[in-house]
Design a protein around this ligand. Structure first.
Ligand SMILES: [Zn+2]
Length: 412
């Protein structure tokens, strides 16, 4: 039976890990940054050396293909892929695995001349991690990018998308042109590390994703009054940070007790203004994120948290402003792709189980235009979005072979 070459895949995973490598392990490779653009050039070289036709679209998505040289309406393709950008201080597998395993599958299939009726394409979607806008490249490809908002898209540190893309020789305003013509993709399957501990704890090598969680991010701003931190009596302060802290604690309690049981929430960005020790904070800004696989739960929690923000603001005599930054709807994966993965696992003798993805992925955008699915492999200790993120090489090999045969089945 046809299988991937683990030595070749291993060498490419280690090869890509050099771009943006950190001294203590892991990588920082945000989209459009110099290490990301070096990685792009390297990846295009690897794809060409593997005999694939390559192209890059106006959203910066990278494609490698067998059987076609560009997308067309008449030849629907089977697509795989993931992303090569990373979070700051991230690991070497998040995204990289899906792209490089996809490339390896296409190479193994071409070299063996394995029969497939549909062309096969591997994609590296730009800015999946959302430094400037989450799942940017796949959103553009699936026609979900709002062109009118491109000028205002920026990173948390204020760097604008248009400038970041210009430095990488792309025109951000042309990104919506990356939209694929209807009927371009007949199926999409993405291999990814689980980024959680469910598969490892259950001792199951393959996860078949049923649904991908929705993620809501809001900027919550509390506006109080800056005052002298020594001379203002405690009972007269309108401390914006105190309100923000109270809100964070109460939201956590609320989501844990009133969520679906798997709802999660995070405050990953906290800013206090003016931000010095001898001034009572006049402003406090939080970026509040919530995730759940059920859209109705997410919607309800968002309303309840907004009410909570105003209640907390009242208690602390400050103002509260909430601005939605992004909201993705939970995406069900295609039953056809799920059964294709399960049949392949049965043939390969790999136990598998269905599970939902607690992380957002490009597959959720592809699910809007085609039959999409995902294959998960266990993450060591469930660790991800940190420098010691890793999976066993045997797990990588098993997952890549599952991807290989799922692609062949979908392209038959
Ligand atoms: Zn990822």
């Amino acid at each position: 039976m046809l299988s991937i070459s683990l030595p070749r895949l291993t060498s490419r995973i280690n090869g890509l890990a050099r771009f943006g490598a950190l001294a203590g392990g892991g990588v920082t490779r945000p989209c459009w940054s110099p290490p990301h653009e070096e990685a792009r050039a390297w990846l295009l070289g690897e794809m060409r050396a593997a005999g694939l036709a390559t192209w890059v679209d106006t959203a910066g998505n990278i494609f490698g293909a067998t059987g076609i040289r560009a997308f067309g309406r008449d030849t629907p393709v089977v697509l795989t892929g993931s992303h090569i950008d990373t979070v700051p201080e991230g690991g070497i597998l998040d995204g990289a695995l899906g792209v490089l395993a996809g490339l390896e599958c296409l190479q193994a299939i071409s070299e063996a001349s394995a029969p497939h009726a549909r062309p096969l394409v591997v994609a590296a979607w730009s800015d999946e991690e959302g430094r400037y806008g989450s799942l940017f490249g796949s959103r553009a490809f699936c026609g979900l990018l709002d062109g009118a908002r491109i000028d205002e898209m920026m990173a948390v540190d204020g760097v604008r998308l248009v400038d970041a893309m210009a430095r990488a020789d792309f025109d951000a305003r042309r990104a919506p042109e990356a939209r694929a013509p209807a009927g371009t993709v007949t199926a999409y399957v993405e291999l990814h590390i689980e980024q959680g501990a469910r598969l490892e704890e259950a001792g199951v090598p393959i996860g078949v994703v049923e649904t991908i969680v929705g993620v809501r991010r809001s900027r919550v701003l509390f506006v109080g009054q800056a005052d002298h931190a020594g001379t203002t009596p405690m009972d007269r302060r309108r401390d914006a940070f105190l309100a923000a802290a109270d809100y964070a604690l109460r939201v956590r309690e609320h989501v844990v007790t009133r969520g679906s049981g798997v709802s999660v929430t995070n405050f990953g960005v906290v800013r206090v203004h003016p931000g010095v020790s001898n001034i009572v904070p006049g402003n406090a800004e939080l970026v509040h994120e919530m995730r759940d696989p059920d859209p109705a739960v997410l919607e309800r929690l968002a309303k309840e948290c907004a009410a909570l923000a105003h209640e907390v603001a009242g208690v602390h005599r400050v103002g509260a402003e909430i601005r939605l930054m992004s909201a993705t709807t939970p995406a069900p994966c295609s039953p056809r792709v799920q059964s294709a993965i399960e049949s392949v696992c049965a043939t390969l003798g790999l136990p598998c189980r269905r599970l939902y993805s607690a992380a957002g992925h490009d597959a959720q955008n592809l699910a809007r235009i085609t039959d999409a699915g995902m294959i998960f492999i266990p993450s060591q200790g469930g660790r991800s979005h940190r420098v010691d993120e890793m999976s066993d090489w045997e797990a990588i090999e098993r997952g890549s072979n599952a991807l290989l045969h799922t692609l062949l089945a979908l392209a038959a």
